[in-house]
Design a protein around this ligand. Structure first.
Ligand SMILES: [Zn+2]
Length: 322
C-alpha cells in the first residue's frame, strides 16, 4: 500500500466549530461540523436532551448553550442508541437534575450485552472526543425508563414522541418526533455530509426504516452528524444521501460476497467504488472498514452484528488497511 491510514479517527485532532441554533418553535440543534450532534427540546415546563455527547466535559458545553436560552429544568435525557460517543456524557445532565434517562428496551439490551466492549472500543477510535475521558464515571450509563415501539412525553402542552421505526444504525434506534411542528431528531439513522457508521447496522432494514422516517414528512431534522436540516428539501437530501450510501455499500459487498470474494478483496473493491461519490464526507476513511466488515457479515453468515472490542477493532484494521 502506498500509505497506511491511522486507525479510525486517531489522526483527527482538529477542534470543530459548534453551532447552536433554533430549528423550530421548541427545538434546537447543537452541531459541530460532523461531530456527534445533540438535539434539544424546550417544552412549557422542562427541557429534553437527545444524545449526551461523549463526556460530561463535552456535555457541559451543551448545558452552557441551553442556559443561554432557558432556565427550565433539564428533565429528560433520551439515548437514541447505545454508542459511547452519544451516551457517556449523561452524568452531566444528572448533575443538572435530570430525572429520567430514556431509551428503547432494545437499546437497554444492547448496553447489557455490549456496552462495556463498546465503551473501550469507541474510546480507542475517537481520542479527540474522549480527551476528557477521566470525567466519565465508571461503569455504564443505564436508562431509568425503557419503552418498546412508542412512548409519548408531555412537556406541559408540548407532545414529544419517542418512536422506534425500525432497525438501521443499530437494533435499538429511537427517534424523537414533535408532531405539532414536524421536527425530527433522528440520531445516527440519518447523517448529512457525514459518513454513516454501519459497524453495528442492519443493512437490509435501514432503507425501509428511512422510508418510515420520510413518511412522517419532517419539516426540520437534526441528523446524528452534520448540519441541522431546516427545509423539506434539505431533509429529503439528508434521507436520500444516507439511503444511497447504505444501498451502495450493500450492493457492492453482497455482489462480491456472492461471487465468492474474500472480505479483503470486497473491502478494496467497495472502497474504490464509493470513494468518488462519498469520499468527501467526514469520517469516510474511519467508517469504511467497519461498515464493509459488518455488511460482509450480514451478506454471508451473521444476522446480528458481532460485538466490537478494542482488540477486534485493531485486528480488523490491520487486516484491511495493512
Ligand atoms: Zn452511533
Amino acid at each position: 500500500m502506498s500509505q497506511t491510514k491511522k486507525f479510525a479517527s486517531q489522526a483527527d485532532l482538529e477542534e470543530k466549530k459548534v453551532t447552536f441554533s433554533q430549528i423550530s418553535e421548541h427545538a434546537w440543534a447543537y452541531t459541530a461540523e460532523g461531530d456527534p450532534n445533540t438535539g434539544i427540546i424546550i417544552g412549557d415546563d422542562a427541557v429534553l436532551v437527545a444524545d449526551t455527547q461523549a463526556t460530561p466535559a463535552m456535555a457541559a458545553d451543551v448545558i452552557r448553550r441551553i442556559r443561554e436560552v432557558t432556565d427550565k429544568p433539564i428533565k429528560y435525557v433520551v439515548l437514541t442508541h447505545y454508542h459511547a460517543v452519544r451516551v457517556l456524557g449523561a452524568s452531566a445532565y444528572k448533575a443538572e437534575g435530570a430525572q429520567q434517562i430514556l431509551a428503547s428496551q432494545d437499546t437497554y439490551d444492547l448496553i447489557v450485552e455490549r456496552g462495556e466492549a463498546d465503551k473501550a472500543s469507541e474510546i480507542g477510535r475517537f481520542p479527540r472526543l474522549f480527551q476528557n475521558v477521566e470525567t466519565v464515571p465508571a461503569g455504564m450509563t443505564w436508562p431509568t425508563m425503557t419503552f418498546t415501539g412508542k412512548m409519548t412525553l408531555w412537556l406541559g402542552k408540548l407532545e414529544v414522541q419517542l418512536l422506534q421505526l425500525g432497525r438501521g444504525h443499530t437494533k435499538g434506534d429511537t427517534v424523537v418526533w414533535l408532531p405539532g411542528e414536524k421536527t425530527l431528531l433522528s440520531g445516527d439513522l440519518v447523517e448529512f455530509d457525514a459518513t454513516p457508521y454501519a459497524g453495528d447496522a442492519y443493512f437490509k432494514d435501514w432503507p425501509q426504516t428511512l422510508d418510515n422516517l420520510a413518511a412522517l414528512q419532517p419539516a426540520a431534522l437534526v441528523p446524528g452528524r452534520g448540519a441541522a436540516l431546516t427545509t423539506p428539501q434539505d431533509v429529503a437530501a439528508g434521507l436520500q444521501g444516507t439511503r444511497d450510501f447504505i444501498a451502495d455499500v450493500y450492493a457492492s459487498v453482497s455482489e462480491g460476497a456472492e461471487a465468492g470474494k474474500d472480505l479483503n478483496t470486497v473491502y478494496k473493491d467497495t472502497y474504490a467504488r464509493l470513494k468518488p461519490k462519498y469520499g468527501h464526507w467526514v469520517i469516510f476513511d474511519h467508517c469504511m472498514p467497519f461498515d464493509v466488515t459488518r455488511c460482509y457479515d450480514e451478506a454471508t453468515q451473521y444476522v446480528d452484528p458481532r460485538v466490537w472490542t478494542a482488540e477486534r477493532d485493531i485486528e480488523m484494521w490491520k487486516s484491511l488497511e495493512g
